[in-house]
Design a protein around this ligand. Structure first.
Ligand SMILES: C[S@@+](CC[C@H](N)C(=O)[O-])C[C@H]1O[C@@H](n2cnc3c(N)ncnc32)[C@H](O)[C@@H]1O
Length: 322
């Protein structure tokens, strides 16, 4: 067994494919058709998300990385070395590498729904950090996270970067954060990246990159459904649309039907009028204060906030409220 293999555990708790089936049929049957954003992430979707992060317009990734780098020492002091660091929706685990270099946790637990992508990332981490236990699990974090293994008697800290919290409706965000509060327990903490409210032109540009990668990412959802549910969506029949809904404080991403058409999904036929949309993602933006209110409702106390000079993005640290 290689050295890396001794440090790596992998648990496949991937949701049943009937969850996808039920979610999609239910979402497409609503007056405003919608599909949960977690279904963007097949292996190709995960790669496309990484490519979005490299575009000029998509400021969140580079801004959050810069905040982490600029405040690394202080952040690591908050987290405490030798902890168990749990990252739901870990993706490429690129950001956590900054922390792993400095923090040296006892265990790092990347959790993601994109199983093959997670496996290859976890192997890379175990190779590069042979002194850290890497325990990866394919899970759907929208349900309470029950991990089959947790090192005993160690402080747990959740790391949730990328402003993925914005993909939840605010009341769902409170439920999710409450699940994280339960996961990290009384002595634990939460380090979370939260995208901030700002000039809508910056937001609109970020979700409409001129390279068209966000459009490919959005349309790849249909490819995922064609493959997994035997659907017959015509990719050329839909356009990507993303805009900031100022009243709701969120970016909305939609697929717009270019013409009157039908698609069959798992044997069920759905009609799409010309111009009709499938709502594929929301990305809520918060002020620091608005987000702290949500986190308090979920059982966390604010401890520290770091932002970039332009106030585009925040990294916030919370501890479990007593
Ligand atoms: C926007 S990416 C962020 C990746 C990374 N955390 C970052 O900040 O760059 C979202 C990640 O969460 C994963 N994800 C999305 N929905 C999920 C769910 N319901 N359960 C588990 N993972 C999920 C995706 O596969 C993807 O890797």
């Amino acid at each position: 067994m290689s050295k890396a293999a001794t440090q790596l555990r992998f648990y496949d708790l991937e949701p049943e494919s009937n969850t996808l089936h039920d979610d999609v049929l239910d979402g497409l049957s609503q007056p405003q058709k919608h599909i949960p954003p977690k279904y963007f992430y097949d292996e190709h979707g995960s790669c496309l998300f990484e490519a979005i992060c490299e575009t000029d317009a998509y400021y969140p990734t580079r801004t959050e990385m810069a905040i982490l780098k600029d405040n690394l020492e202080e952040i690591c002091t908050c987290l405490g070395s030798d902890c168990v660091l749990v990252e739901p929706g870990s993706g490429s685990s690129r950001k956590v590498r900054l922390l792993l270099d400095e923090l040296e946790p006892h265990t790092y637990m990347p959790l993601d729904i994109s199983s093959d992508f997670l496996k290859s990332v976890a192997h890379g981490l175990a190779e590069d950090y042979p002194h850290i236990n890497v325990t990866a699990a394919c899970v759907d974090y929208t349900a309470p996270i029950a991990l089959p293994y947790f090192p005993e008697n160690r402080r747990r800290v959740a790391f949730f970067p990328g402003s993925s919290i914005g993909n939840f409706e605010p009341e769902e965000a409170v439920t999710f954060l409450g699940n994280l509060a339960d996961l990290v327990d009384d002595t634990g903490g939460l380090l979370i990246g939260v995208d901030l409210k700002k000039d809508p032109s910056i937001l609109n540009a970020a979700y409409n990159d001129k390279e068209g990668i966000t459009a490919q990412f959005n349309l790849n959802l249909l490819a995922h459904l064609n493959r997994e549910l035997g659907a017959n969506f015509d990719f050329d029949g839909f356009d990507h649309r993303a805009f900031y809904n100022e009243q709701k404080g969120r970016i909305e991403m939609h697929l717009i039907s270019k013409r009157d058409q039908w698609a069959t999904v798992a044997g069920h036929r759905f009609h799409f009028s010309a111009g009709e949309s499938i709502h594929t993602e929301s990305s809520y933006k918060y002020t620091v204060e608005e987000f702290q209110i949500l986190a308090r409702q979920a059982g966390f106390s604010p401890r520290k906030v770091w932002t970039d000079r332009d106030g585009l993005f925040s990294v916030q640290y919370f501890e479990h409220a007593d």
